[in-house]
Design a protein around this ligand. Structure first.
Ligand code: SF4
Length: 428
């Protein structure tokens, strides 16, 4: 497999394994293991690679991507060779998306899933990779219709199982079409994607996402399909905890604090997975890992052990809705130790976070850890944090405060907390 030229590895690139992206702390290498699954041995291996070739910082993103940070440019070819040898690379070549489909971390295993979402996701991924001209960030959600609903994850195209023999297609703007037999879904997805790619060519790059098309253009794409009302909404799932699998077994979903770990943290997790005979480890878009194929009793023991390792197991943990970049000292652009500060702030704001407040802590304006707005964005500067309400790092701050000042004004009865409580919680 030939690697792309180094000049293609630039800031703003949608990164993968073969084409990393330059960030403030070196190359960011995004891994796409087949099916989003790892063995315990592979998990330990990834941790070792992160330490050997990068700065030891590992992330799991809000799309379930495993990312190694601070990879040295000269180490990248060796890293790629080792990942290929370990069977850990499954990404499309070319300028389009490296991986199109986002599915449940328990796809194909989840109790209550209406059909084999893992099989459907693989078929849709294959069909989508056959369509040329898709923008790099184009994405598809494949939802098996179980309790781990993916409704809150944005997508250009959405497939949702509504029966064991029927899926429906969702386009932006609340447009739904179907029902469709699952066997026909890949061909229909390919038709919709090809229609979008053709539209993008006509508009000469002015349209990069499905949501940028108006309703008339979207309906024209789906002209052969039957419009239908939106399927019934489902409650937001608990993203962590013990989940039932379809064969009477159980999985433990656990989040990394702020979606991050250092490389040394992966070895004990892999050790636990070995000890408890975990069948496979899945990457979760709730910024964590799913440990699959366990008895109920073993799942309970593993959950306790993972919590002792510092992972998040409670759906009410205040760190779950908080995004924070790697910060200092990992990133040389960072003006603050964002992870430590985010831990402090998530304690102060715990009740508001449990009620849906979103908090983002960024070491610089680049905002690696979150695209778009949060209810409260904190941008580190030399003497403290810019405080931005209902915005992102490029929006106007209401104040610039040292961390102690900020903590004080976020405490009950203080002014910034009162403003946050008065504002409608912003969802991404
Ligand atoms: S956002 Fe954070 S991790 Fe990204 S470049 Fe800035 S300081 Fe570094």
């Amino acid at each position: 497999m030939s690697l792309p030229a180094p000049e293609t590895m630039r800031r703003g690139w949608c990164p993968g394994t073969l084409r990393p992206m330059q960030t403030g702390d070196g190359w960011l290498v995004r891994l796409h293991p087949p099916r989003g699954a790892l063995s315990p041995t592979q998990l330990a291996f990834v941790g070792a690679l992160a330490a050997r070739h990068g700065n030891g910082q590992i992330e799991i993103s809000g799309r379930g991507n495993l990312q190694l940070r601070g990879v040295r440019e000269e180490a990248h070819p060796v890293l790629v060779a080792e990942l290929l040898n370990a069977g850990l690379v499954d990404e499309a070549m070319g300028d389009g998306p490296h991986r199109l489909v986002l599915a449940s971390p328990l796809a194909g295993r989840e109790a209550g899933e209406l059909l084999d979402a893992a099989g459907l996701a693989a078929a849709i991924e294959g069909a989508g990779r056959g369509v040329a001209g898709l923008p790099a960030k184009f994405s598809i959600v494949v939802d098996g219709g179980g309790a781990l609903a993916l409704d809150n994850f944005s997508a250009d195209l959405r497939l949702r199982a509504v029966a064991t023999d029927a899926v429906v297609f969702g386009l932006p703007g609340g447009l739904w079409f179907g029902p469709i037999a699952p066997d026909s879904a890949p061909a229909i997805a390919a038709m919709l994607l090809a229609g979008f790619a053709a539209e993008e060519r006509v508009k000469r790059g002015e349209v990069r996402r499905m949501r940028e098309l108006d309703d008339m253009a979207l309906s024209a794409l789906a002209s052969g399909l039957t419009p239908m009302p939106a399927p019934a909404p489902r409650p937001s799932p608990a993203p962590v905890g013990i989940m039932a699998e379809r064969d009477g077994r159980f999985a433990v979903l656990a989040a990394l604090p702020f979606g991050r770990s250092d490389a040394t943290g992966f070895s004990p997790l892999a050790g636990l997975a070995e000890r408890f005979a975990v069948e496979e480890i899945r990457l979760s878009p709730w910024r964590g890992l799913g440990f699959c194929g366990l008895s109920r009793a073993v799942a309970g023991e593993l959950a306790v052990a993972l919590a002792k390792e510092g992972l998040v197991l409670s759906p009410r943990d205040p760190r779950l809705p908080v995004s924070a970049c790697a910060g200092a000292p990992a990133c040389d652009r960072a003006a603050a130790a964002t992870l430590a500060d985010a831990a402090t702030l998530s304690e102060v704001l715990a009740p508001l976070l449990a009620d849906g407040l979103t908090l983002h802590v960024s070491g610089c304006v680049k905002s690696c850890a979150r695209q778009g707005a949060a209810d409260l964005t904190l941008l580190a500067g030399e003497t403290g944090y810019d405080v931005i309400l209902a915005g992102g790092t490029r929006d106007r701050p209401i104040a610039h405060l040292t961390l102690p000042e900020l903590v004080r004004r976020l405490e009950p009865g203080q002014d910034i907390r009162a403003q946050l409580m008065a504002a409608p919680h912003h969802q991404e």
